[in-house]
Design a protein around this ligand. Structure first.
Ligand code: ADP
Ligand code: MG
Length: 259
Protein backbone atom coordinates (compact mmCIF):
# COMPACT_ATOMS: atom_id res chain seq x y z
CA UNK A 1 0.00 0.00 0.00
CA UNK A 2 2.80 2.38 0.86
CA UNK A 3 4.38 1.94 -2.55
CA UNK A 4 1.09 2.72 -4.20
CA UNK A 5 0.56 5.93 -2.29
CA UNK A 6 3.97 7.34 -3.25
CA UNK A 7 3.51 6.73 -6.95
CA UNK A 8 2.97 9.99 -8.80
CA UNK A 9 3.05 9.05 -12.46
CA UNK A 10 2.56 5.92 -14.52
CA UNK A 11 2.97 6.01 -18.27
CA UNK A 12 2.08 2.97 -20.36
CA UNK A 13 3.07 2.55 -24.01
CA UNK A 14 2.54 6.15 -25.02
CA UNK A 15 2.79 6.88 -28.69
CA UNK A 16 2.35 10.18 -30.52
CA UNK A 17 2.03 10.46 -34.28
CA UNK A 18 1.96 13.66 -36.28
CA UNK A 19 0.51 12.43 -39.55
CA UNK A 20 2.93 9.82 -40.88
CA UNK A 21 5.63 10.99 -38.44
CA UNK A 22 5.93 9.04 -35.18
CA UNK A 23 7.40 11.50 -32.66
CA UNK A 24 7.42 9.04 -29.77
CA UNK A 25 6.56 5.40 -29.52
CA UNK A 26 6.02 2.77 -26.83
CA UNK A 27 7.22 4.95 -23.94
CA UNK A 28 6.50 3.55 -20.49
CA UNK A 29 7.74 4.86 -17.17
CA UNK A 30 6.80 5.26 -13.58
CA UNK A 31 7.78 7.92 -11.09
CA UNK A 32 7.52 8.20 -7.31
CA UNK A 33 7.40 11.16 -5.01
CA UNK A 34 10.86 12.72 -4.64
CA UNK A 35 12.24 11.01 -7.72
CA UNK A 36 13.93 12.85 -10.58
CA UNK A 37 13.96 11.20 -13.98
CA UNK A 38 16.30 12.53 -16.67
CA UNK A 39 15.34 12.11 -20.32
CA UNK A 40 18.27 12.45 -22.70
CA UNK A 41 18.60 12.10 -26.44
CA UNK A 42 19.56 14.10 -29.49
CA UNK A 43 17.38 16.77 -31.04
CA UNK A 44 14.28 15.25 -32.66
CA UNK A 45 14.28 12.11 -30.48
CA UNK A 46 10.82 12.87 -29.09
CA UNK A 47 11.65 14.31 -25.67
CA UNK A 48 9.52 17.44 -25.92
CA UNK A 49 6.63 15.52 -27.47
CA UNK A 50 6.64 13.13 -24.51
CA UNK A 51 6.61 16.06 -22.06
CA UNK A 52 3.74 17.72 -23.91
CA UNK A 53 1.69 14.52 -23.62
CA UNK A 54 2.46 14.34 -19.90
CA UNK A 55 1.66 18.03 -19.42
CA UNK A 56 -1.78 17.59 -20.95
CA UNK A 57 -0.87 19.75 -23.94
CA UNK A 58 -0.87 17.01 -26.60
CA UNK A 59 -3.17 14.00 -26.63
CA UNK A 60 -1.24 10.75 -27.19
CA UNK A 61 -2.24 8.72 -30.25
CA UNK A 62 -2.30 5.68 -27.99
CA UNK A 63 -1.25 4.57 -24.53
CA UNK A 64 -2.23 5.89 -21.09
CA UNK A 65 -0.91 8.41 -18.58
CA UNK A 66 -2.01 8.04 -14.97
CA UNK A 67 -1.31 10.73 -12.38
CA UNK A 68 -1.96 10.57 -8.66
CA UNK A 69 -4.89 12.54 -7.34
CA UNK A 70 -5.95 12.28 -3.73
CA UNK A 71 -4.45 8.84 -3.32
CA UNK A 72 -5.77 7.45 -6.60
CA UNK A 73 -4.18 7.16 -10.02
CA UNK A 74 -6.36 8.97 -12.54
CA UNK A 75 -6.17 8.60 -16.31
CA UNK A 76 -5.21 12.06 -17.57
CA UNK A 77 -6.56 11.68 -21.08
CA UNK A 78 -9.72 9.77 -20.14
CA UNK A 79 -10.83 12.65 -17.93
CA UNK A 80 -13.59 14.97 -19.01
CA UNK A 81 -11.92 17.95 -20.69
CA UNK A 82 -13.26 20.54 -18.25
CA UNK A 83 -12.10 18.41 -15.34
CA UNK A 84 -8.66 17.96 -16.89
CA UNK A 85 -8.26 21.71 -17.34
CA UNK A 86 -9.10 22.20 -13.70
CA UNK A 87 -6.90 19.33 -12.54
CA UNK A 88 -3.76 20.17 -14.52
CA UNK A 89 -2.66 23.46 -12.91
CA UNK A 90 -2.86 22.00 -9.41
CA UNK A 91 -1.05 18.77 -10.30
CA UNK A 92 1.57 19.56 -12.92
CA UNK A 93 3.96 22.41 -13.70
CA UNK A 94 5.84 22.70 -16.94
CA UNK A 95 9.09 24.67 -16.88
CA UNK A 96 10.00 25.84 -20.38
CA UNK A 97 13.49 26.26 -21.77
CA UNK A 98 12.70 29.86 -22.63
CA UNK A 99 11.41 31.61 -19.48
CA UNK A 100 9.33 33.92 -21.67
CA UNK A 101 7.13 30.95 -22.55
CA UNK A 102 6.45 30.33 -18.85
CA UNK A 103 6.17 33.76 -17.26
CA UNK A 104 4.27 36.91 -18.16
CA UNK A 105 6.64 39.73 -18.95
CA UNK A 106 4.06 42.46 -18.37
CA UNK A 107 2.95 41.23 -14.96
CA UNK A 108 4.98 42.05 -11.84
CA UNK A 109 7.34 39.41 -10.42
CA UNK A 110 5.02 38.98 -7.43
CA UNK A 111 2.02 38.75 -9.73
CA UNK A 112 3.71 36.00 -11.72
CA UNK A 113 4.00 33.87 -8.60
CA UNK A 114 0.56 34.77 -7.27
CA UNK A 115 -1.32 34.09 -10.50
CA UNK A 116 -1.23 30.26 -10.46
CA UNK A 117 -2.09 30.31 -6.75
CA UNK A 118 -5.17 32.37 -7.60
CA UNK A 119 -6.08 29.92 -10.36
CA UNK A 120 -5.88 27.15 -7.76
CA UNK A 121 -8.35 28.95 -5.53
CA UNK A 122 -6.24 31.05 -3.13
CA UNK A 123 -8.16 34.30 -2.65
CA UNK A 124 -6.58 35.89 0.41
CA UNK A 125 -4.33 38.79 -0.60
CA UNK A 126 -2.07 38.47 2.45
CA UNK A 127 -1.34 34.82 1.68
CA UNK A 128 -0.67 35.57 -2.00
CA UNK A 129 1.78 38.31 -1.08
CA UNK A 130 3.50 36.31 1.66
CA UNK A 131 3.88 33.29 -0.62
CA UNK A 132 5.26 35.48 -3.41
CA UNK A 133 7.80 37.04 -1.06
CA UNK A 134 8.80 33.67 0.32
CA UNK A 135 9.34 32.30 -3.18
CA UNK A 136 11.29 35.31 -4.39
CA UNK A 137 13.63 34.68 -1.48
CA UNK A 138 13.87 30.97 -2.22
CA UNK A 139 14.97 31.68 -5.79
CA UNK A 140 17.34 34.48 -4.76
CA UNK A 141 15.44 37.46 -6.14
CA UNK A 142 15.48 40.54 -3.90
CA UNK A 143 12.14 41.21 -2.17
CA UNK A 144 12.24 44.80 -3.39
CA UNK A 145 11.88 43.55 -6.99
CA UNK A 146 8.38 42.22 -6.22
CA UNK A 147 6.62 45.00 -8.16
CA UNK A 148 9.12 44.97 -11.05
CA UNK A 149 8.24 43.61 -14.46
CA UNK A 150 10.29 40.56 -15.45
CA UNK A 151 11.09 42.12 -18.81
CA UNK A 152 13.74 44.09 -16.88
CA UNK A 153 15.27 40.88 -15.45
CA UNK A 154 18.30 38.99 -16.76
CA UNK A 155 17.73 35.60 -18.40
CA UNK A 156 18.85 33.78 -15.26
CA UNK A 157 16.50 35.82 -13.07
CA UNK A 158 13.61 35.21 -15.46
CA UNK A 159 14.29 31.50 -15.28
CA UNK A 160 14.40 31.60 -11.46
CA UNK A 161 11.07 33.45 -11.51
CA UNK A 162 9.59 30.80 -13.79
CA UNK A 163 10.73 28.14 -11.32
CA UNK A 164 9.18 30.04 -8.41
CA UNK A 165 5.92 30.39 -10.35
CA UNK A 166 5.96 26.69 -11.21
CA UNK A 167 6.75 25.38 -7.73
CA UNK A 168 4.81 27.77 -5.47
CA UNK A 169 1.62 25.80 -6.12
CA UNK A 170 3.30 22.61 -4.83
CA UNK A 171 2.53 20.52 -7.91
CA UNK A 172 2.93 16.76 -7.64
CA UNK A 173 4.86 16.64 -10.85
CA UNK A 174 7.27 19.12 -12.41
CA UNK A 175 8.26 18.76 -16.04
CA UNK A 176 11.35 20.66 -17.15
CA UNK A 177 12.33 20.97 -20.79
CA UNK A 178 16.00 21.97 -21.05
CA UNK A 179 15.62 24.26 -18.02
CA UNK A 180 19.13 25.67 -18.29
CA UNK A 181 19.49 25.44 -22.06
CA UNK A 182 19.53 29.11 -23.00
CA UNK A 183 21.79 30.35 -20.20
CA UNK A 184 25.50 31.12 -19.75
CA UNK A 185 27.48 28.27 -18.25
CA UNK A 186 28.13 30.07 -14.93
CA UNK A 187 24.44 30.94 -14.58
CA UNK A 188 23.50 27.36 -15.51
CA UNK A 189 25.51 25.85 -12.67
CA UNK A 190 23.84 28.04 -10.04
CA UNK A 191 20.41 27.37 -11.46
CA UNK A 192 21.00 23.61 -11.45
CA UNK A 193 22.01 23.76 -7.78
CA UNK A 194 18.86 25.72 -7.02
CA UNK A 195 16.61 23.29 -8.89
CA UNK A 196 18.23 20.32 -7.18
CA UNK A 197 17.81 21.90 -3.75
CA UNK A 198 14.14 22.83 -4.26
CA UNK A 199 13.14 19.50 -5.77
CA UNK A 200 14.84 17.64 -2.90
CA UNK A 201 13.37 19.88 -0.21
CA UNK A 202 9.86 19.60 -1.57
CA UNK A 203 10.09 15.88 -2.31
CA UNK A 204 8.66 16.62 -5.72
CA UNK A 205 8.60 14.17 -8.62
CA UNK A 206 10.33 15.69 -11.62
CA UNK A 207 11.22 14.89 -15.20
CA UNK A 208 14.12 16.80 -16.67
CA UNK A 209 14.55 16.71 -20.41
CA UNK A 210 18.04 17.59 -21.52
CA UNK A 211 20.54 16.92 -24.27
CA UNK A 212 23.26 17.74 -21.73
CA UNK A 213 24.64 14.69 -19.92
CA UNK A 214 26.15 16.97 -17.24
CA UNK A 215 22.69 18.29 -16.36
CA UNK A 216 21.33 14.75 -16.21
CA UNK A 217 24.15 13.57 -13.97
CA UNK A 218 23.62 16.41 -11.55
CA UNK A 219 19.83 16.29 -11.30
CA UNK A 220 18.54 12.86 -12.18
CA UNK A 221 18.26 9.73 -10.02
CA UNK A 222 17.28 7.68 -13.03
CA UNK A 223 17.87 8.15 -16.70
CA UNK A 224 15.96 7.30 -19.84
CA UNK A 225 17.77 7.54 -23.17
CA UNK A 226 15.66 8.21 -26.26
CA UNK A 227 16.50 7.80 -29.90
CA UNK A 228 14.06 8.28 -32.78
CA UNK A 229 11.10 8.38 -30.43
CA UNK A 230 11.93 5.19 -28.55
CA UNK A 231 13.46 4.48 -25.16
CA UNK A 232 16.66 2.59 -25.92
CA UNK A 233 18.19 2.44 -22.45
CA UNK A 234 17.18 3.24 -18.89
CA UNK A 235 18.41 2.76 -15.37
CA UNK A 236 20.05 4.51 -12.44
CA UNK A 237 21.88 7.59 -13.71
CA UNK A 238 25.32 6.53 -12.53
CA UNK A 239 24.89 3.06 -13.97
CA UNK A 240 23.74 4.28 -17.36
CA UNK A 241 26.48 6.90 -17.63
CA UNK A 242 29.33 4.84 -16.22
CA UNK A 243 28.43 1.62 -18.01
CA UNK A 244 26.26 2.41 -21.01
CA UNK A 245 25.08 -0.69 -22.89
CA UNK A 246 23.46 0.67 -26.02
CA UNK A 247 25.91 1.90 -28.69
CA UNK A 248 23.99 5.18 -28.97
CA UNK A 249 24.32 5.84 -25.22
CA UNK A 250 28.01 4.97 -25.44
CA UNK A 251 28.34 7.57 -28.19
CA UNK A 252 26.44 10.19 -26.17
CA UNK A 253 28.62 9.64 -23.12
CA UNK A 254 31.91 9.53 -25.02
CA UNK A 255 31.09 12.64 -27.05
CA UNK A 256 30.70 14.52 -23.78
CA UNK A 257 34.01 13.21 -22.48
CA UNK A 258 35.76 14.44 -25.63
CA UNK A 259 34.02 17.80 -25.67
P1 ADP B 1 13.10 16.65 -29.15
O1 ADP B 1 12.40 17.45 -28.10
O2 ADP B 1 13.75 15.41 -28.62
O3 ADP B 1 14.07 17.49 -29.93
P2 ADP B 1 10.53 16.59 -30.45
O4 ADP B 1 9.62 15.88 -29.52
O5 ADP B 1 10.42 18.06 -30.48
O6 ADP B 1 12.03 16.13 -30.19
O7 ADP B 1 10.28 16.06 -31.92
C1 ADP B 1 10.27 14.68 -32.25
C2 ADP B 1 9.91 14.56 -33.72
O8 ADP B 1 8.54 14.91 -33.93
C3 ADP B 1 10.71 15.46 -34.62
O9 ADP B 1 11.00 14.77 -35.82
C4 ADP B 1 9.79 16.62 -34.88
O10 ADP B 1 10.05 17.21 -36.13
C5 ADP B 1 8.42 15.96 -34.85
N1 ADP B 1 7.38 16.90 -34.36
C6 ADP B 1 7.34 17.45 -33.13
N2 ADP B 1 6.26 18.25 -33.00
C7 ADP B 1 5.60 18.17 -34.19
C8 ADP B 1 4.39 18.76 -34.71
N3 ADP B 1 3.64 19.58 -33.96
N4 ADP B 1 4.03 18.46 -35.97
C9 ADP B 1 4.79 17.62 -36.73
N5 ADP B 1 5.92 17.03 -36.31
C10 ADP B 1 6.33 17.30 -35.06
MG1 MG C 1 12.78 19.43 -27.44
Amino acid sequence: MKQRSTQVLKVDSVRKDYGAMTACCDVSLSLRRGEVLGVVGESGSGKSTLLKCLAGAERPSSGTIHISSEGEMVDLWAMDEALREQFLPSAISLIHQNPRDGIRLNVSAGGNIAEPLLVNGERYYGTLRDTSLEWLERVNIDADRIEDLPRTFSGGMQQRLQIARGLATHPRLVLMDEPTGGLDVSVQAKLLDLIRKLVREMGIAAIVVTHDIGVARLLADRLMVMQRGRVIEEGLTDQVLDDPHHPYTQLLVSSVLQA
